[in-house]
Design a protein around this ligand. Structure first.
Ligand SMILES: [Zn+2]
Length: 687
C-alpha cells in the first residue's frame, strides 16, 4: 500500500431538513469518527470534514409546508444536527454549511473551470412545468405513479416503494408537489456532465481499486454495466447556488434563475469546508495540501444511497477538473433497520439522535451501533439488543472489571497502585494480550472493520474480567499478598490499556477511566502506549464510581411503546406522503363515521394489537387497532370512536381489518382515541 503523508476524512453532508436518526449515525458518522480518533491516537496527520447540505428541493418543500422561508429551515436543522454530533462525541475539525459564501464561490469556481475546459454539454428539452407556481418541476417537486411498480406517490427522482431511480418524465399522471396542478411541458436548457464520454476513464480508475468493499464495487459495477447517462448539473429553481453570471452571459442559454444541481454542489461542500477550516487555522492555503497534493489519502464515509455520487459522479467532476486528488476509498455502509422494519422519517418510526441523547449515554449508543454496524449488509437495531449490549457487556464485563479492581485497591491498598512481583503464566498472558489486542484492533480499524474492532475490544475486557476471577485476590490477600499485589497492579495496567484502546468507540468512558486513574489527558493519547504502563507503585487513584449503571426494563419498554405507537396506524404499508396541501375534494374522499365499540379483545401473538367489533349505523365491522399498550380491551366497550369507513380492508396477523380508528399520537408515543364531544347516533358522518 502506498504511504501517505496525510489523510482527509469526510462524512456525507446531512441534509438540513430534519433531525438525525440512528440510521444516519451508523451509516456515515460513527465509523468515520472511530477511524479519525484512531488515526489521531496513531499520531497520523488527519483532518475530518463535514457540514450541512442546505440546498435542494426537499428543503424548499418543507419550507412551503411550514409557510416559512428555506433559510429558517436550514438554520433550525443545522444548529440541531451540529449539537447532536457534539453530544454524541462525533468531533469534526470543521462542520460547514453549503449556504456559506465560501461554498457558493468554490462551487461556482469549480463550475467555471469545467466550463472553461469545455467539460460540459448543453441540451435543451421540454420539461414539466407548474403553471400555477411558475416553476419547473425537477426531482421531488413532482410526484405520480411509478412506471415500474405502480406506486402512486413516486417522486420525480426516485420511487421510494421499489427504489428505482426515475426522471420526472417517467411518472404516469404527474402532479406538482407544490400546488397539485397537472404540469405542462416547457422548453428549458441545462448544462450536462457528459458521463457517457467519461465512463472509460472512470472504469480504469475503479479497476485500480479492487480493494474496496464488495458491496460498494458491486453497486458501482451495476451502474457501469448499465451504461452511464449524461447528467444535468443545473436546475431551474429559486433556491441554491446560482450559475455564474458571466457564463450565463456568454452562453446562448439564459442562465438567469438557474442553480447548480444539489448533487453537483454538495460534494464540493467538502472542499469549501476544508477551505473554511484552513482560514480558521490562520493558514488559508492549507486546504490545497489536502485536496491537491498526491500524498493525501481521501476517504469518504457514506451510506449506500450515496455510492453512485461518491464513486462515479464526484470523481468524474474531480477528474475533468484535473487539480484534485481522487478518493482512495469509499467505505459505504448499508442500511440500518429498526426492530425489523425500515426506518421512516415521516411516520416518526425512528430513534432520533437528539431524543436519545436526552435519555441515555452517548457511549452506549456508540457501542451498540459499532457492535452491529451495517458494514457489508443491512443490520437491525432493536431496543432489546441495545439494552443487552449495555447491561451484559458494557456494565457486566467492562464496568464490572474496572469497578472490582479499583474498589479492591481502595479497600486493601489505600487506593494506591500496588507493587509488581514475580509473574506467573497467566500474568504473562495478560501482558501479551494487551499488545496483541492493540495490534489487532488497530488493523481492523485500518481495514474499516469496525464491528470486528469492537468485538476484539470487548474480548480483551472479557479476558480481564476473567483474569480477576481466576486470580481471586480476595483469597490471595490472605495467602500470598505479593501475588495479590501483582494481580492488582496488572489489573490497573489493563485498565489503562483499555482506556486507550476504547477511545475510538467509547470516548466519554475513556475520560472517566483517565479521571479514575488520576492521570492527565495527554498520557492516554498514544495508541502505541497501550502496552506500556508508566505509573509507579504508590500512585494514588481516585475513588471508583459506577461507569455503567444498568438500564432498567421500563426505560426500554417506553421506547418500544413509542415506536409501536408510530406503527399503530392500522395500515402497516403507509409510506412517505408529499407534504403538499390537498383540495377539499381530496378530504371529502375520506368517509369518517361515528362508531360504537361493541366488543374488544387482545390479539394472540401481537402484543400491541386489539381486535375490535364496531357498529357503524346498521353495519357491524371488525377493526384491528395498534392501541393495546394504551387501552385495556374492556375499557373500550361502549366507547364512541371515529372510524375511516371506506378504507380498503386489509389482513393483519391473519385477521381482517375493515376500517381504521382515529387517534392522536404525540412524539413521546402517548396515544388518545378521538371521540365525539357529545354522544352521537352511530354511523353519523364526521366532516
Ligand atoms: Zn416503484
Amino acid at each position: 500500500m502506498k504511504k501517505y503523508k496525510r489523510t482527509l476524512v469526510t462524512s456525507a453532508l446531512p441534509y438540513a431538513n430534519g433531525p438525525l436518526h440512528v440510521g444516519h449515525v451508523a451509516g456515515a458518522y460513527l465509523p468515520a469518527d472511530i477511524y479519525v480518533r484512531y488515526c489521531r491516537l496513531k499520531k497520523r496527520e488527519v483532518v475530518y470534514i463535514c457540514g450541512s447540505d442546505e440546498n435542494g428541493v426537499p428543503i424548499m418543500l418543507r419550507a412551503r409546508a411550514e409557510g416559512v422561508g428555506p433559510q429558517k429551515i436550514v438554520d433550525r436543522y443545522h444548529t440541531m444536527i451540529k449539537d447532536s454530533f457534539e453530544k454524541l462525541g462525533v468531533i469534526f475539525d470543521y462542520y460547514g454549511r453549503t449556504s456559506s459564501k465560501v461554498h457558493r464561490e468554490t462551487s461556482r469556481e469549480f463550475f467555471r473551470e469545467l466550463d472553461a475546459k469545455k467539460q460540459f454539454i448543453t441540451k435543451s428539452d421540454e420539461q414539466l412545468y407548474d403553471p400555477e407556481a411558475q416553476l419547473f418541476l425537477a426531482d421531488r417537486f413532482v410526484f405520480g405513479e411509478c412506471p415500474n411498480c405502480g406506486y402512486d406517490h413516486a417522486y420525480g427522482d426516485q420511487c421510494e416503494k421499489c427504489g428505482s431511480s426515475l426522471s420526472p418524465d417517467d411518472l404516469i399522471n404527474p402532479k406538482s408537489s407544490i400546488t397539485n396542478a397537472t404540469p405542462i411541458k416547457k422548453k428549458t436548457t441545462h448544462w450536462y456532465l457528459p458521463l457517457k464520454k467519461i465512463q472509460p476513464k472512470l472504469e480504469t480508475w475503479i479497476n485500480s481499486h479492487q480493494d474496496w468493499r464488495p458491496n460498494v464495487l458491486g453497486q458501482v459495477k451495476s451502474w457501469l454495466d448499465a451504461g452511464l447517462h449524461d447528467r444535468a448539473v443545473t436546475r431551474d429553481l429559486p433556491w441554491g447556488v446560482s450559475v455564474p453570471e458571466e457564463i450565463a452571459g456568454k452562453a446562448e442559454v439564459d442562465a438567469s434563475g438557474k442553480v447548480l444541481y444539489v448533487w453537483f454542489d454538495a460534494p464540493i461542500g467538502y472542499i469549501s469546508a476544508t477551505k473554511e477550516w484552513s482560514q480558521q487555522q490562520g493558514d488559508p492555503e492549507r486546504w490545497k495540501k489536502y485536496w491537491q497534493d498526491e500524498d493525501t489519502r481521501l476517504i469518504h464515509f457514506i451510506g449506500k444511497d450515496n455510492i453512485v455520487f461518491h464513486c462515479l459522479i464526484f470523481p468524474a467532476m474531480l477528474m475533468q477538473h484535473g487539480d484534485y486528488v481522487l478518493p482512495e476509498n469509499v467505505p459505504a455502509n448499508e442500511f440500518l433497520n429498526l426492530e425489523g422494519q425500515k426506518l421512516s422519517t415521516s411516520r416518526n418510526y425512528a430513534v432520533w439522535l437528539h431524543e436519545y441523547l436526552e435519555k441515555f449515554d452517548p457511549d452506549s449508543l456508540r457501542y451498540a451501533l459499532a457492535s452491529n454496524m451495517p458494514e457489508t449488509k443491512d443490520a437491525d437495531f432493536s431496543w432489546a439488543e441495545f439494552q443487552a449490549r449495555h447491561n451484559n457487556e458494557l456494565a457486566d464485563i467492562l464496568g464490572n472489571f474496572v469497578n472490582r479492581t479499583f474498589t479492591f485497591i481502595h479497600k486493601y491498598f489505600d487506593g494506591k497502585l500496588p507493587a509488581i512481583g514475580q509473574l506467573d503464566a497467566l500474568d504473562e498472558e495478560l501482558i501479551n494480550r494487551i499488545s496483541q489486542s492493540a495490534d489487532k484492533i488497530g488493523a481492523a480499524i485500518d481495514a474499516f472493520q469496525f464491528k470486528e474492532a469492537t468485538r476484539l475490544f470487548m474480548d480483551l475486557a472479557r479476558f480481564a474480567n476473567k483474569y480477576f476471577n481466576d486470580k481471586a485476590p480476595w483469597k490471595s490477600r490472605k495467602e500470598d499478598i505479593t501475588a495479590c499485589a501483582t494481580a492488582l497492579h496488572l489489573c490497573a495496567k489493563m485498565t489503562y490499556a483499555l482506556g486507550i484502546l476504547m477511545q475510538p468507540i467509547l470516548p466519554f468512558t475513556a475520560r472517566k477511566i483517565q479521571q479514575l486513574l488520576k492521570i492527565d489527558e495527554n498520557s492516554m493519547q498514544d495508541w502505541d502506549n497501550a502496552s506500556t504502563f508508566f505509573l509507579q507503585p504508590g500512585h494514588q487513584f481516585n475513588q471508583p464510581e459506577i461507569i455503567f449503571a444498568k438500564i432498567e426494563d421500563e426505560k426500554i419498554q417506553a421506547e418500544i411503546d413509542r415506536l409501536n405507537a408510530a406503527t399503530s396506524a392500522d395500515d402497516p404499508e403507509i409510506e412517505d406522503a408529499p407534504e403538499a396541501p390537498i383540495a377539499i375534494d381530496d378530504f371529502a374522499k375520506v368517509n369518517l363515521r361515528i362508531a360504537d365499540v361493541v366488543a374488544a379483545e387482545p390479539m394472540k401473538g401481537a402484543k400491541k394489537l386489539l381486535k375490535l367489533q364496531v357498529q357503524i349505523g346498521n353495519e357491524k365491522r371488525q377493526v384491528i387497532a395498534g392501541i393495546a399498550h394504551h387501552y385495556e380491551a374492556e375499557e373500550l366497550v361502549g366507547k364512541q370512536v371515529v372510524v375511516v369507513a371506506n378504507l380498503k380492508p386489509a389482513k393483519l396477523r391473519g385477521e381482517m381489518s375493515e376500517g381504521m380508528i382515529l387517534a392522536a399520537v404525540d412524539n413521546d408515543g402517548n396515544l388518545s382515541l378521538v371521540s365525539p364531544e357529545k354522544a352521537m347516533p352511530t354511523g353519523t358522518t364526521v366532516r
